[in-house]
Design a protein around this ligand. Structure first.
Ligand code: BTN
Length: 332
């Protein structure tokens, strides 16, 4: 009987074959044929696909092994060796999507479990804050959205952005000697230039969160030429600041571990345990800023970040508590 496999089924076999080779380091061709109930011709098709994804395959002595694996944001590479329990329990990976946040939103509405992540090598309609476009150049960055279903009240959700920023800042520190800062509320700066942004989207009822989507856009291997003119002077990448090519899969895996640890803490005590880190990473404390929030514009000096994650701003002697907004640092 001839079995006609559709593309999705074929791709699952390809991914499972990669996992088998990854886990066992080498597997006999006979065993692979038996394991997936396929013939030699089908196996060759899968190996061709695997090679097109960037793997170098060795098939000497009727055994399959990898000579090298790609830095590709595909399910099998991200999942292989990922040391988390919850975050990344399911990886949904694309070559191109409009926005990983929008895809994650749809999956969450269809019941995707907490910890599911959506990644893509490219976004055609990447969303930034304030309805801006997030340029998502192919295979250079990490464009990732995490689905969370926390049990706390909706008003505690905004702090997740700051928590994510701390997880991202810690991860950057593991890869670079550059100065790493958080520009409240959700930008990561490397040597004072923006390298990453976070877009948190909440779906909630009165007292209950349905789901939260945490979207992370991280510039990893971008060169200066990869940035559009309007952001060229203010944007950077991890690679530019560390002067070395970065393995995106390794970065993402380390970030997911940090994120999971902080998320567990956040579920216990919100921002309390990470407040010191948040203050240490802050690029704003002690500086004079210009802040736009809603229809208001104010200038003031940032005194502190409180345990709710709000900025304490000294506006000519009046102390204001600011929960959101867009900040410009004024030159002293
Ligand atoms: C910002 O700094 O304005 C936030 C940018 C967030 C971009 C990321 S990329 C992955 C995820 N999907 C999106 O459409 N946006 C976020």
């Amino acid at each position: 009987m001839k079995v006609d496999m559709n593309n999705a089924t074929k791709e699952r076999v390809t991914e499972r074959l990669i996992n088998e080779i990854r886990i066992n380091q080498t597997i006999p061709i006979d065993k692979a044929l038996a394991l997936f109930s396929i013939g030699l011709q089908d196996l060759l098709v899968h190996l061709k696909t695997i090679a097109s994804w960037g793997y170098t395959i060795n098939n000497e002595n009727s055994n399959l092994s990898f000579v090298s694996a790609p830095d590709a944001l595909i399910d099998s590479e991200i999942s292989f060796g990922l040391q988390t329990k919850l975050i990344g329990c399911k990886v949904v990976a694309f070559q191109s999507v409009a926005s990983t946040n929008s895809t994650a939103q749809n999956l969450a509405e269809q019941g995707a479990t907490e910890g599911t992540i959506v990644v893509s090598e490219k976004q055609t309609k990447g969303k930034g804050r304030f309805s801006r476009h997030w340029y998502s150049i192919e295979k250079k960055g990490i464009y990732c959205s995490i689905i969370l279903r926390p049990n706390f009240n909706p008003e505690d959700a905004p702090g997740l952005s700051l928590m994510t920023a701390v997880a991202m800042a810690d991860t950057c520190k593991q890869f670079t000697q550059a100065s790493v800062q958080i520009k409240w509320p959700n930008d990561i700066l490397l040597n004072s230039k923006k390298a990453a942004g976070i877009l948190t989207e909440l779906s909630a009822e009165k007292n209950k969160i349905n789901h939260v989507i945490i979207g992370i856009g991280m510039n990893i291997n971008h060169t200066t030429d990869d940035f559009h003119d309007e952001i060229k002077s203010t944007a950077t990448s991890l690679s530019l600041e560390s002067k070395t090519q970065i393995n995106r899969v390794q970065f993402l895996q380390k970030f997911l571990v940090n994120f999971e640890n902080y998320y567990m803490q956040y579920n216990q005590d919100r921002l309390t345990s990470i407040l010191t880190k948040l203050r240490d990473y802050s690029s704003l404390i002690g500086t004079q800023i210009h802040l736009e929030y809603g229809n208001d514009i104010i200038d003031g000096k940032v005194l502190d970040i409180n345990q709710d994650g709000a900025l304490l701003l000294d506006c000519d002697g009046e102390i204001k508590t600011i929960n959101s907004g867009e900040v410009t640092i004024l030159k002293n």
